[in-house]
Design a protein. Structure first.
Length: 114
């Protein structure tokens, strides 16, 4: 079973910033598209951003120009830099391969509130 370990979530005020990290097995991170996903209460999990092995990226319209996905292959880590956070960004954030594997980590909670 693949293990994804997400961290970096926190309570932050609107307009604030956070950086999320995801450590995953080298066999997954180095040869696959990787994605960040989120699930807000009462909603389905959605793709936030993904990054290819050549570092090309794709973002959901709702986060474009505010979030940046990146990867550090030497650390088997994928990052999500989030800025100008809004209350509607509140969710549990997960990383996974893109397309996803059946195995998910515990995620990291991001709460945007004043």
């Amino acid at each position: 079973q693949v293990q994804f370990v997400e961290s970096g979530g926190n309570l932050v005020q609107p307009g604030g910033a956070l950086r999320l990290s995801c450590v995953a097995p080298e066999t997954i991170t180095r040869s696959n598209l990787m994605g960040w996903y989120r699930q807000a209460p009462g909603k389905q999990r959605e793709l936030v951003a993904n990054i290819n092995t050549d570092d090309t990226t794709h973002y959901a319209d709702s986060v474009k120009s505010r979030f940046t996905i990146s990867r550090d292959n030497s650390k088997n880590t994928v990052y999500l830099q989030m800025s100008s956070l809004k209350p509607e960004d509140t969710a549990v954030y997960y990383c996974n391969r893109y397309p996803t594997l059946d195995s998910w980590g515990q995620g990291t909670q991001v709460t945007v509130s004043s």
